[in-house]
Structures are given as structure tokens and as C-alpha cells.
Ligand binder design. Sequence first.
Ligand SMILES: Nc1c(NC[C@H](O)[C@H](O)[C@H](O)CO)[nH]c(=O)[nH]c1=O
Ligand SMILES: CC(=O)[C@@H](O)COP(=O)(O)O
Length: 346
Amino acid sequence: MPYVDAPKTEITVGEKNPRILIVAADLESEIVSELVKGTIDGLTKSGVLRKNIFVETTDRAERIPALTRDILVESISSNTKSGIYAFPGKEYGYDAVVAVGIFVEEDVPSGFDELSMEAYNAVLDVTLETQVPVVMGILTCYDYEQGLERAGIGRKTKGMNHGYFWATAALSEIRVREMYCHGKSDVSIFEKVRPDTQQMVENAKEYAICCAQWNMEVNSEIVLLLAELLVSSGKATYNTIHVYSASGSFELPGLANYLGAVSPSGGSHKKFEAVFCIGSLIQGGTKHFKFIGDSVELAFKRIKSVKVVSGVLVVSSMNEAKHLAGIEVDGRPGKNIAYELVKELD
Ligand SMILES: Nc1c(NC[C@H](O)[C@H](O)[C@H](O)CO)[nH]c(=O)[nH]c1=O
Ligand SMILES: CC(=O)[C@@H](O)COP(=O)(O)O
């Protein structure tokens, strides 16, 4: 069974009901239709009104990014914005998008990795261009059975419908942007380490840390040491470090770009010195972790709105991830990557 440490977040939508677009490839397929159902189910259970969930379809997963972009652009002129969070420049008719589809390696005789990478890169492009979070629900399976399992209808192992993950991811991305627009970040992770009173530090700068919610046991170690190093080196105080939760590592570039491009309305303008992106991608049963790892690194390089420091681990086991987060495993001391990340500021 693949390793899964998915976010435990349960989200209930607020007063403003979000508008969610699902762009699905090949709705005729039993896998995709089940994944779309799972996504809709997850969204409505969290309080999204069914009338605010829109499903558009195409025949092939590689067409999802272009179709998503077209629908988003068209929605600018519509009169149906929810206004949950600010879009810089243009406002779209949807607060988040879930891309749903599947590539099966067995069915792609050559170029499977290229096909998948192109789709992942193109989905991230849409997010970076529009600032609308597009959640990655395109499965990259070795065979059909793996797809059935991830749709919760496996024949050997039933599995879990991943549509629920994607529903949560879409809503988390909306929530974190909404919080940011209200001048809020989530510093609860510092509760145990943050002193009650803080010295005034001259020239303390504002930093953001975006932290993926998958594999938090690992990510939290990196975030805590990173903050400690920023504070002990006099670059920041705990008050000038702001933590924002991204759903998974795939959501990190979109969130970092958003923080760089948008000033929160109502709150003070935050111009971050740098945005650190922390996540750990641990190999599951498919190449999903690798495609995400490669596509997010490329996307970080395309971000111009702010300096981004990537701390996304792409590893084959939880023990490897723990090692890079400074956690001792089987008597072998770990080496936290936070030490390397702060050096990137110099
Ligand atoms: N398996 C891991 C994930 N998966 C989730 C994706 O990052 C993403 O949130 C989802 O595809 C929706 O867009 N994320 C991690 O950070 N680490 C993993 O091991
Ligand atoms: C949904 C995920 O990101 C996670 O389940 C990846 O694992 P797998 O490669 O087995 O689909």
C-alpha cells in the first residue's frame, strides 16, 4: 500500500460560498466519473452549494490546461464573482479549479513522462498566470487498476476516492488566500517556541513560509528550525515570520506567487523579503510525486513577484524525508535542510 500522510484538515466554507470549476477529461471513463463524483461530494460536504460547482469536460487529459485557461478568461466578463479573495488585476468567475483526468502508462507506448510533465507544467502555468489555484487531480498510473484504486473502486484493493483530497485542496487554497487578504497567517506552529516578549530587532525583515500539509511530521521540523535560524541570525523576529498553509507541494508555487503579487486589503502591506516553500514529496505507488517535484521546481523559477526559496524534498521513503528534516532514524542523526535554505538569502 503506498505511503499516504494526507492533510487532516476539515474545512467548512464561510459565509461567502465559493465557486468551483471542475475540468475533467473523459467523463465517460468509470475512473474519471467516480473521481468527479468524489470531488463534488467532498465539496458539498464542506458546505459548497451544488449550484456553485461547475463541471466542464474535454476528451483528453492533455487538453485540460488550455480549456481551463479559456474558461477562466471567459469568466472575467461574467457577473458572477464571489469576492472571497483578491485577484490582482482581473477577477475571475471561479475561486478555484480542480483538474481531473488520468494518464495510464500502459496505454502510452512512448513519451509517458513527457506527456505527464507537460500537463503538470501547463496546469501550473495557468495558476501562475491567473492567480486562480488549479488543483492537480490528473492521475499518472502504471495501469488501469491503479486508477480504479485511486477512484475508490479498485477490484483488488478498493482504495480511497482521491476526489476528496482534491476538494479539500481547493478549499484550503481558497481559505489561505482569504486569510492572507484579511492580514492573517497561521503561526500556531510557533506556539511552543515563540517567546512571550520579543526584542525589537533593527532591520528585521518580513518573511513568508508556505508549508504543504502533506507529511507534516517532516515539514514542521523544517519550518521550526528555519524560523529559529532567521530569528537567531537577526534577519527576522517571530512577529515578522508569517506561515501560510498550502494544501500539498503542488500548491506551493501558486501560493508563493500570490503572496508576492497581492497586498492584503485592510491589512498592512507586506512585501516579503523572501517566501520559503516547504514540502515533502514521498514516493507513493505512481510517479505522481516525481512529476509534482519536477514541475514545482520549474514553476518556482518562473515566479517574478518575489524571491522564492525552495525547500521541497522529493524522496523515496519517509525515513529519507525524516533524515533531511533533521530527525534521527535508527540511530543515524538527521541533517535538517533549513541550514541550507537560510544560506540562500546571502
Ligand atoms: N503525495 C504527496 C502530495 N500530494 C498532493 C499534491 O501535492 C497536491 O496537493 C494534489 O495533487 C492536489 O493538487 N503532496 C505532498 O506535498 N507530498 C506528498 O507526498
Ligand atoms: C494523492 C497523492 O498525492 C498520493 O496518494 C500519491 O500517491 P500515489 O503515487 O500512490 O498516487
